[in-house]
Each structure stands twice: as C-alpha cells, then as structure tokens.
Design a protein around this ligand. Structure first.
Ligand code: NAD
Ligand code: UDP
Length: 355
C-alpha cells in the first residue's frame, strides 16, 4: 500500500500541494467518507476519534478505498494533551471538525453531555489550533440551527435564534464562537457547513452509517425494514400541509456532501474570513415519496403503518443551496435513486458481515 502522507507542507497551500489535515470524528459516517476523498485528492490525513460512535475497522475500509494509509489517533477532542501532542507531531494546515454527538432526541435527555462534547470539545480544538497557528477550519454544522424555519426553502438569512433542541443549540453556540473568532482575527479561514439530511453510503458499499441502536432517522430505518432487521416502518404524521400529508426533508447524498467539503477547502485556500453555507439539494422529498423511490430502486416492498406526528418535527424543511453554488461552485448532483441504491448496498454489506 502506498504510504504517501504527512510530508512537510511548504509555504501557503493550494489544491495541488499536499496538506496535512486533521479530521476529528474521521471514523464516523460522514468523516470517514471525507477522509477517502481527502486522501484521494493527495492530502495527508490524521484522524482523531474516540470510537464513541464508530469502530476501529473503519480505518481499514478508508485505506482500502483510498489505496493509501492514514494515521489514526484514538482520543477525545477534549483531551488537550492529546491535541497538543498531535499538533506538535504533524504539521497540520487544516482541520475538518466532524467529531460530536448528533442525536436531537438524546440531546434532550443529556444536554450537558451534548454541550460538553460539542461546545467544550470545539473550544479545546480551537485553543490548540491557535497555539499552533493553524487557522483553517471546516466545521460540521446542521440545518437544525434553523429550528422551525420561517421561510421555505431555507436560506442562510433565515433566523437561527430558536433551534428546537440542545443538539441544534450546541451547533449554534459553536457557529457563534467561530464567527466571533473570525471577527477578532481576520487570518482565520472558517467554513460552517449546515447539512440538511445526509443519506446514502459510499458507492463501494464499504462505508456508511450503521447505528448501534434502533435508528431514529428515516433512511436507516427503511433499509433495516427492507433487510428484515426491522418489521415495519412507522410514518410519523400524515396530516401535515405538505404534498401528501407526510413530512418533507432535503435528503442529500453523503458523497455530494463530501464534495461540498472539498469545494469549501478550495474556497478557503483563496479567502480568509467566515462563511456559513447550506449543503442540501434544494429538493423537498416527503416520507412517502422516499419510501416509493426506495421500493422502485430495490423492488422491495416497505411495510409501514401511519402513526401520530413525532414530537418536535417540522412539517417541511429544504434548503436554498444557491449560496454554496455561487461561492463554492458546488452543487449536489446525485439523485434520490442513487441515495436509495447506495444505502441499500451498504445495508446488504452490513448484513453479510454480521452473518
Ligand atoms: P457520527 O457519529 O457517525 O461521527 C462522529 C464521529 O465522531 C464518531 O466516529 C465518533 O466516535 C466521534 N466522536 C464523537 N465524540 C467525540 C469526541 N469527543 N472526541 C473524538 N471523537 C468523537 O456522525 P456523522 O453523521 O458522521 O456526523 C458528523 C458531524 O456532522 C457531526 O458533528 C454531526 O453533528 C454533524 N451533522 C450530521 C448530520 C447527520 O444527519 N449525520 C446532520 C447534520 C450535521
Ligand atoms: N420519519 C418517519 N418514520 C421514522 C423516522 C422518520 O416517518 O421512523 C419521518 C420524520 O417524521 C420526518 C422525516 O421522516 O418527517 C425525516 O426524519 P429524520 O429523523 O430522518 O430527519 P429529521 O426529522 O431529523 O430532519
């Protein structure tokens, strides 16, 4: 296997030069696929992950797809000694910060854990970045900062004063910290990327999302019903004023999302300051539409029952993603069928492994 990483970085960076990039949470669903893309783009990748929601074996899958090694450090972003050691050892130019807790429901039950990991964790990272003069950051934010959006499609100008849960508020706190940091020191280059609903998996079937408990999100639930791991889907609410009464979201293929991150990195190469961008497709898709698309693609029937609305759900939410297109030259291109096909391939792979 080619071991082409972690050479020194000379001078200012560019897309053609090799960067050493710290990827926090790089064994997770989105981070792992970002690692593949970064390695394939020629960058050196160091992953810092505490395995709280991932497995060590993900590293092998990243290396297998990318054809090159990465460095893995098992540790917590709140461990300042660990951060100090890593930053001293590797000459990072950029940090991709994916690590964090991400369940809205869980955040209501254990808000302090969420603020500690998501906010304190980011603060530890920022302090170390400042000490090491590493001032380029791509941060995983979320459409949940919008709470109940006043306008659909949601532009970045929408109010973010009232996220619906501690998870969304923890993302908003971090966004505000990053904005303040950028105002205080214009050398920082920061992209806050507000993801809408990431779904799908790596097309190889080797990387994807594998919740350890019963999934809360729609697509992971659908694939488990399709494979027989779960009996039937509950459709939460059929009385919304939407196209067919069910909730509408902006599902985006995780590979499109990853490409958005690489586009953000290219942008930050040329621009300092602070940007906040929606990453979505700009298309609203209802629960029933997603079920039907999945059934068409896989030819598997998804049994479902309709139930009450899920507490805290918004009726519809999809992105106006034109700012990302204008600023980054990035646009999601994968179809809903691609998302279903790749999610299903991943589920089959998971089942094969566990049998
Ligand atoms: P994930 O849980 O699959 O990945 C997060 C990774 O971070 C995991 O590997 C976990 O072990 C690690 N981690 C968690 N806490 C850590 C800590 N304190 N120190 C070191 N590592 C830690 O999540 P994901 O879906 O890949 O999401 C990545 C980021 O994107 C998260 O910040 C999440 O909030 C954000 N986001 C995700 C979604 C989504 O639907 N997946 C939507 C919007 C935003
Ligand atoms: N949903 C559903 N059944 C499920 C999970 C989700 O009907 O088992 C619905 C949910 O009410 C919402 C949509 O699917 O309208 C997307 O939910 P998800 O949790 O995936 O995303 P979020 O609501 O956090 O954007």
């Amino acid at each position: 296997m080619h071991k082409g990483f972690l050479r020194p970085v000379y001078g200012s960076y560019g897309v053609d030069s090799l960067l050493n990039i710290l990827v926090t949470g790089g064994l997770g669903y989105i981070g792992s696929q970002a690692c593949v893309a970064l390695v394939q783009a020629g960058h050196g990748v160091v992953v810092l992950d505490d395995l709280s929601n991932s497995q060590r074996s993900v590293r092998e899958q990243i290396e297998k797809i990318a054809g090159s090694e990465i460095h893995l450090e098992i540790g917590d972003i709140r461990d300042e000694e660990c951060l100090c050691r890593l930053f001293n050892e590797f000459n990072f130019s950029v940090v991709f910060h994916f690590a964090g807790l991400k369940s809205p429901l869980e955040s209501v039950a254990v808000p302090v854990d969420y603020y500690d990991c998501n906010v304190n964790g980011t603060l530890s990272l920022l302090k170390q970045m400042k000490r090491s003069q590493v001032k380029t950051l791509v941060f995983s934010s979320s459409a949940s900062v919008y709470g109940i959006p006043a306008e659909i499609p949601v532009t970045e100008k929408n109010s973010v004063t009232n996220p619906s849960h501690p998870y969304g508020r923890s993302k908003l706190v971090v966004e505000n910290i990053l904005a303040d940091l950028s105002s205080a020191d214009r050398e920082w280059r920061i992209a806050c990327l507000r993801y809408f609903n990431p779904v799908g998996a790596h097309p190889s079937g080797l990387l994807g999302e594998n919740p350890q408990t019963i999934p809360c999100n729609l697509m992971p639930y659908i694939v488990r019903v399709a494979s027989g791991r779960l009996e039937k889907l509950s459709v939460f609410g059929v009385d919304y004023s939407t196209v067919d009464g069910t909730g509408v979201r902006d599902y985006i293929h995780v590979q499109d999302l990853v490409e958005g991150h690489l586009a953000a990195l290219n942008y930050l190469e040329c621009n300092s300051g602070f940007i906040t961008l929606n990453l979505g497709t700009g298309q609203g898709v209802s629960v029933l539409q997603l079920i039907h698309e999945f059934e068409n693609v896989t030819e598997i029937k998804i049994p479902f029952v309709t139930t009450e609305r899920r507490a805290g759900d918004v009726a519809e939410c999809w992105a106006d993603a034109s700012l990302a297109e204008n600023m980054l030259g990035w646009k999601a291109t994968r179809t809903l069928a691609d998302m279903c096909r790749d999610a299903w391939r991943w589920e089959q792979q998971c089942l094969q492994k566990s049998s």
